[in-house]
Design a protein around this ligand. Sequence first.
Ligand code: SF4
Ligand code: SF4
Length: 510
Amino acid sequence: MSVTLEGDGRLAGGLVLPTRKAESAAQPIGIAPLPSRLIYPLAADAGGDVEPAVAVGDEVLGDQPLMRAREGRPLLAHAASSGTVTAIEPRPVAGGEALCIVIEVDGRDERLACTPPDIERLRDHGALTDTLAAAGLAGLGGAGFATGTKLAEARRRGLRALLINAAECEPYLSCDDRLLRERAPAVVAGTLAMLALTDCPAGVFVLEADKSEALAALEAAIAQCAQATALSIVTVPTVYPSGGERQLITLVTGEQVPATGYPPDIGYLCHNVGTTAALAAFLETGRPLTRRIVTVTGGGITRPRNLEVRLGTPLADLVAACGGYRDGVARLIVGGAMTGRAVATDEIPVTRGTHGVIAATAAELGDRGTPAPCIRCGECAEACPAGLAPQLLHAQTLRQDPGGFEGLGLFACIECGCCDLVCPSHLPLTEQFRVAKREVWLAEMERERARLAEARHAARERRLVRRLAEREAALERRRQAARDPAVSSAAIAEILRRARGGNDDVGGGA
Ligand code: SF4
Ligand code: SF4
């Protein structure tokens, strides 16, 4: 192994939280039944500009692309089963509403024929990006970055190590744990493929120390593979948010990703453990990403477990596959307990980034308390894994001045929610920082628009001045010509010639 792992395994900040994973982690991964309808938001996690590639009334097959790129290299979504497109209309999605393609499933579950990609061709930067985006391959850990773009860019930059993130640190979630316990060989195969595609010498699996069954399965899978010497396993403490990309890199390597940079800047790349298995499946079959594992859990679910689910399946079908709701659901959350979003309906579809569905009871949510003014206790700064001073960020949000966040590290905030949890004044700090980021970004966009408009105006002014000067110079040349007797007589001769209709022989006799 050519990488030195010098992290001390201690997370700066963070919290030890109740894990609440036992129930869902105890059950094997189930296969969710075929739903009656599938819903695909056009922009939910496409990462680019897409338009429908199908129309209402079209019949589609499983694995058929439902959208095409209008611009750039967006991630495409594919039908997860055969059926008829019955609507293209706005529908609720996690975080609001989006234009969605709705398929009425026909139950035949027919699929397009697919062939595995030419691995040699994926050595080309553009082919790697395009092929994986067209297959809809994105990070399955929640952030949803395009896998091909990440790999191609990392190969261009050069890597010291690829970190495979199985530190599933958010309470309730257990899909990565179950994946490793049951399908470790696929994870290892996908990791080796990533090493080959990025010319990277070392792959490091990072697991929480309490995942003993996943660890045993992974060790067994590595022992079976021919390139075992390129792979190693590191365990980290069960502290939230040790699985955050930047936190994970520091925990394992002792190095810090620059605040405004990315892991490849210091020679590392992180991929979620589920993403590696998805890549392995694509390279083997050529089939696009149409399924993922989702943890369906919380006190409001009758039989919490992990399900392999077709993308596009409404949450209601997942809940039904887990025995339905138990009484007393106070909030339905898509994603993790700390970073997920509360949603108002279970008609929302599963997308690539949906790693969890939590039906939480009032007892699980606890009493949030009424927000009160900051007492400057400093608890939030102690808990912040990004080394920020959330109390200063909070004070700045109250000033309503997006320009005043300079130097406070607002964009280094990973929205982990640790500061909220410890704040004795019950301040909704993370939400405030989320809103502040949006406002700073909008203000910056506005400034950029104004700067471009000003630059366009200045360029127009310069063009006008130049044209005036050119016109003035032309006039001056004509004036000069009129004063020059030789040129004047030539000009007079020309005027006479034109007056005679261009006939120089008039008066010359024939
Ligand atoms: S924890 Fe809350 S009250 Fe204490 S300093 Fe931070 S924001 Fe203020
Ligand atoms: S939400 Fe942001 S500011 Fe609060 S603890 Fe997490 S990283 Fe720090």
